[in-house]
Design a protein around this ligand. Sequence first.
Ligand SMILES: Nc1nc2c(c(=O)[nH]1)N=C([C@H](O)[C@H](O)COP(=O)(O)OP(=O)(O)OP(=O)(O)O)CN2
Ligand SMILES: [Zn+2]
Length: 116
Amino acid sequence: MKVFKQFTFDVAHQLPDWPGLHGHSYTGEVWFEGPATDGYVVPESVLSVEVEAVRKRLDHSFLNEFIELPTSENIARWIWTTLRPKGNLVKVRVFRGSIGFGVEYDLEDAQREGLA
Ligand SMILES: Nc1nc2c(c(=O)[nH]1)N=C([C@H](O)[C@H](O)COP(=O)(O)OP(=O)(O)OP(=O)(O)O)CN2
Ligand SMILES: [Zn+2]
């Protein structure tokens, strides 16, 4: 079974094709998988703590300071590498609801890139 947690963050970044410092509001979504034999894949309270640490690092940050070429794709990769050691992460989604655009990075992508 899988559980997910959504969170929002506002950031500034600069991209070569989109010059100038500017900002966006993103929603992140992280999915964890487990057997839930004791009733929980992972208690929501535990998930909240891990996700809040990620959200805090991202929110109101200048992404270029810690993510190279900070596109949505690379933000998703960064969330993956940050949260993967914390549990059986299987999927990260990052999207901008205002324009209906998003990316998904999953276990298969991570295995292909040696990040699983
Ligand atoms: N595949 C991707 N394509 C693009 C990404 C991305 O992360 N992945 N990012 C961008 C830039 O961030 C660009 O600044 C986006 O601009 P735009 O959609 O025009 O958004 P606005 O400047 O209008 O900002 P709002 O947040 O909607 O106010 C481009 N492509
Ligand atoms: Zn942008």
